[in-house]
Design a protein around this ligand. Structure first.
Ligand code: FMN
Length: 272
């Protein structure tokens, strides 16, 4: 059986499956049934577009059955206005309630974020979750050491860290903001597209988390430390060959925002 077949009883010969196939492996001529170019099973990205676009459920993909490709619930469509407000009202949260974030809710959000696009449909983004108070404290302590070490040893960083270190010295957790949880995205060290894939996935996570009453803040300091500071690398303990490409602090916001602060106007250039 070929990797992708087409049900001739129901296929309307519209050609949509061939038109949208990103690998271009579905052959189609007007008024004829589509078919898979022979010997192209390895080229298929397993993106599922052919199954998802077919209006008559006529594409039979051996690895992406109709049962696996859930129908889109049209009643749940969102408006531009709703998405715009979600994106614009999302804030970086740095003050959290003293309330744990359950594994269940984090997994619910990851289950959405894993649908973010990935280069070549690789889906190689992995997730590191810390929602244990003790472990968060350990990371914050190692992070504080990283900040002090970096200020002394990394040229160009000292100035940027003067004020954060003053706040650290005053007992404030500038590194992880006393967040109850951290979610990091990691992937193969030498994957050239992983940084982009992970950033998109975390962006999706951030937005989805907001719809459930949670708030996030990009953990830039953590990201630097996790890639360079031996004590942090040890504490994070990613599997061999993997690198952290970004992380979010996560928790229930202590304060509610009432307004949307302005941002720079979009700088756009056009070419003709
Ligand atoms: C890549 C990246 C790294 C960041 N790292 C930190 C960080 O380590 N600590 C922090 O408090 N905020 C961090 N932020 C949050 C920014 O300061 C914040 O996005 C910016 O001030 C705009 O605020 P808004 O996100 O509420 O619009 C980071 C943001 C990004 C995109």
């Amino acid at each position: 059986m070929a990797l992708v077949e087409f049900d001739k009883e129901t296929c309307t010969k519209c050609g949509a499956c061939a038109a949208i196939c990103s690998a271009g492996i579905i052959y189609y001529r007007k008024n004829s049934y589509p078919r898979l170019f022979p010997g192209t099973a390895d080229i298929c990205l397993r993106c599922g577009h052919c199954v998802a676009v077919c209006p008559t459920d006529s594409v039979i993909h051996q690895e992406l059955s109709l049962e696996k490709c859930l129908p889109i619930d049209k009643k749940l469509g969102v408006t531009f206005g709703q998405v715009a407000q979600l994106i614009k009202s999302r804030r970086s949260i740095r003050e959290f309630q003293d309330k744990p974030v359950s594994k269940d809710i984090i997994e619910r959000i990851i289950d959405v974020a894993r649908y973010a696009p990935t280069g070549h449909n690789n889906q190689e983004v992995r997730w590191l979750v810390v929602n244990d108070r003790q472990k968060m404290k350990e990371l914050a302590t190692v992070g504080a050491d990283w900040m002090r070490w970096t200020a002394k040893n990394v040229p160009g960083m000292a100035e940027m860290l003067v004020d954060p270190i003053k706040r650290l010295d005053a007992g404030y957790d500038v590194f992880l903001r006393d967040a109850p949880a951290l979610v990091a995205a990691y992937a193969e060290k030498d994957d050239p597209i992983a940084a982009t894939d992970c950033a998109i996935a975390l962006g999706y996570f951030d937005l989805a988390a907001n719809t459930l009453g949670l708030g996030c803040c990009w953990a830039g300091f953590f990201y630097f430390a996790a890639g360079a500071f031996p004590a942090m690398i040890k504490s994070v303990a990613l599997p061999e060959g993997m690198a952290c490409y970004g992380a979010l602090m996560l928790g229930y916001p202590k304060y509610k925002y009432q307004r949307i602060p302005p941002r720079k106007p979009a700088r756009i250039i056009y070419r003709q």
